[in-house]
Ligand binder design. Structure first.
Ligand code: AMP
Length: 190
């Protein structure tokens, strides 16, 4: 099963993705994690993306597309995977479409995790204190939420038009949210 998981920063997408990929036994492709790792390892890519990530902006589409393409080519992704944090803009979604078409594969479902902005700001400030992520300052949080509405949210209509969208209410306990996700997945598998 090929799943795209869309949700604003702080929506709980990362946590839910981990649980879902464990249960479905498919690889979890988080572009945020891959890019953070590259920065940590000090690779050429890491050096190129460091500034963008620090400021809360998107890294250039070509770099994100490239890192995902390389990962999707690996053998463990041939039967399915969950994409967490990619695509994040129409250009990336179109590129993913082209890639899958070329490989004669297609997306099964796009999960959108929906949480309102006040709740998101609150959750992210909490996460900033707990995890000390350097891109969780109030300014970068606001910037990342802005980028989500301007660049990523248009993907919701894009995938809705393709009949792939499942919107999940992201409020409540992680268990409650996960149950809703499971129902959406079950509907798509039926
Ligand atoms: P995340 O952990 O998904 O919130 O991603 C952390 C940061 O990595 C983002 O704020 C971006 O700077 C960068 N990033 C992750 N995924 C992408 C993507 N698909 N396109 C561009 N930048 C990305």
């Amino acid at each position: 099963m090929f799943i795209v998981f869309i949700g604003p920063p702080g929506s709980g997408k990362g946590t839910q993705s981990k649980r879902l990929t464990r249960d479905l036994d498919i690889p979890h492709l988080s572009t945020g994690d891959m890019l953070r790792q590259a920065v940590k390892d000090g690779t050429e890519l890491g050096k190129q993306v460091h500034q963008y990530m620090e400021s809360g902006g998107l890294v250039p589409h070509a770099l994100a597309i490239n890192i995902v393409g390389e990962r999707l080519d690996q053998s463990d992704c041939q039967k399915g995977c969950l994409l967490d944090g990619f695509p994040r803009a129409l250009e990336q979604a179109e590129s993913l479409d082209g890639y899958l078409q070329q490989k004669k594969k297609s997306l099964n479902v796009v999960l959108e995790l929906r949480v309102d902005n006040n709740e998101l700001m609150h959750r992210m400030q909490q996460r900033a204190e707990e995890e000390q992520r350097s891109d969780d300052t109030p300014e970068t949080i606001a910037r990342r939420l802005g980028i989500y509405s301007n660049e990523t949210a248009p993907l919701i209509t894009f995938y809705q038009d393709k009949g792939l969208l499942e919107t999940v209410d992201g409020t409540g306990s992680p268990d409650e949210v996960y149950q809703r996700i499971q129902s959406s997945i079950d509907r798509r598998r039926a």
